[in-house]
Design a protein around this ligand. Structure first.
Ligand SMILES: [Zn+2]
Length: 151
């Protein structure tokens, strides 16, 4: 990408203009953990299934008992699309990568991929959580290629 104001080498964009997620009492534990840099998802207390998005009952056994369990924050790119024409250009800096990441634990999350040249994107790419701050009270959860983490 170029530095002409259109490009975005990191693919990060300006997160602060994006619509702010609205934590609810039900999803608050997820957002609280994310503030600490941890990615938690619901795990059924009865059958052990990891599940996403947050839901009242287990899709496998219908139990309503669950814990917010820590994930590794690692997974693989399951599907992706490079968005060049966002629905709302005022809120989303294009181009950016809309993606589905399959966590090592199983759940698939709708997210973004950052810090990855578009031509290096591929299905099954190992990725890792890369927490970014939305504001003083909220973090977001894009992913980046595993090899780039800490590098
Ligand atoms: Zn279950």
């Amino acid at each position: 990408m170029s530095e002409d104001g259109q490009g975005d080498p990191d693919g990060r964009g300006d997160w602060s203009r994006r619509p702010r997620p609205r934590p609810t009492p039900f999803t608050e534990p997820f957002w609280q953990a994310l503030r600490q840099g941890r990615l938690v998802v619901q795990r059924c207390s009865a059958c052990g299934v990891w599940r996403w998005p947050p839901q009242v009952a287990c899709p496998t056994c219908l139990s309503e008992e669950y814990q917010w369990a820590d994930t590794t924050g690692r997974g693989r790119l399951y599907s992706y699309s490079v968005v060049h024409r966002p629905v709302d250009p005022a809120r989303f800096d294009a181009p950016y990568v809309l993606a589905v990441v399959r966590l090592d634990e199983g759940p698939r999350l709708l997210t973004n991929i950052i810090d990855c040249p578009f031509d290096e994107l591929r299905v099954d790419l190992p990725v890792e959580l890369r927490v970014v701050a939305y504001d003083d009270e909220l973090n977001l959860y894009p992913f980046a290629p595993l090899a780039a983490v800490g590098g």
